[in-house]
Ligand binder design. Sequence first.
Ligand code: GLA
Length: 410
Amino acid sequence: MKLPVRTAGFYVSLVAAAMLTGCATTNPNQPTTLKAAYKRHFHVGVAINRDIATGDAVHADNVNRTRQQINKDIALVEEQFDQISPENDLKWQIIQPRPGPDGYNFGPADAYVNFGLRHHMYVVGHTLVWHNQTPNWVFRGTNPPPESPGGDSVGFGFGGGFGFSGPRASRDQLLERMREHIFTVVGRYKRKVKVWDVVNEAVADNGTNLLRKSLWLQIIGPDFIAKAFEYAHEADPHAILRYNDYGLEDPVKRHKLITLIKSLQAQHVPVMAIGSQTHVSVSSPSFAQEDQELTDLETLRLPIHITELDVNGARGGQRSNSGDVSANASATQGEMVSNADQKLADAYSNLFRAFIKHKSVKLVTFWGVNDAVSWRARGRPLLFDGNDQPKPAFYAVLHVANRRLPKAGN
Ligand code: GLA
């Protein structure tokens, strides 16, 4: 067992918080880090921002940490997690802001990947094809746009791709841009990045349409998903290729996803894992709802990854500004719920009881290391506070792994 490098104060607070949450987790022989506690179940990872990846106060990703705080954030990442995801730096908007081979900006992505390799972590790549945080040039061409695109909304927020209404690329042009991007990015990190989110958030939220009416869908057609997976597989045949989406706690959206993946499987498209983002709140899902989600997803017979876990503790609001990092603060609204620490601990406990019940869950990634750097900072959704101190939810999560049997029920 690797004991964390912590001060005596840490252990005092461990005992105090264990008492607060009613947990009996202070046995000195039990693991005190997330990665050690869950070793026999799944990887426990975290999304890191550019400050953490570079060790520099670059203030990207809408965070404003001092160098001292960044050092603490890095120490916490090293101590608790064995997997990382990039919060923003591998998104198209950042890694290829301009067209062509000279349009790439590999610096931040290289720093991210090197951070993972240096710390012997399991490195995830996020994300290759998405309707959001994709620059307009990707979709631009000489074909006039349809007069009234109609149908489902393309998604939340903005950040490139959304607002683009000019003349469009042809199907062949867009496929070629997608192929070039995937080959370059996946090729560069071949064998270093072990898992790729190949397509993010393609399923429609509302209505009867299966797929979101993104520019990818409108210009290429529904096979943009299959093509993206085929290109990624060709670029790195060893990488685990993931389809990632949010809102799978909702049975209607979940069944759309299952329909989509089954149809891709019938076409032998190399989808190798399902990513359930799991941006949830203290009020739902319950243990039973999460259990049901995982049971349903298991019908696909693929590993399940919980890819962007956080639990909003604010009363209102949801993920209304996905991908627009400058508007992250409004991703949560309202005051904190009453007794927020305890409710957060209970919610995380329910989730982790469901995760360990399902052997197909192979990886759980928190979307940020602490409340201060979270895109939902106002809802204080993570296990560590802005000073990197563990909250009762941290001990609740440890307790689930450290006790012998997961308790059934809500
Ligand atoms: C989505 C994306 C993530 C991130 C969050 C909001 O879930 O997949 O990359 O942008 O929105 O921060």
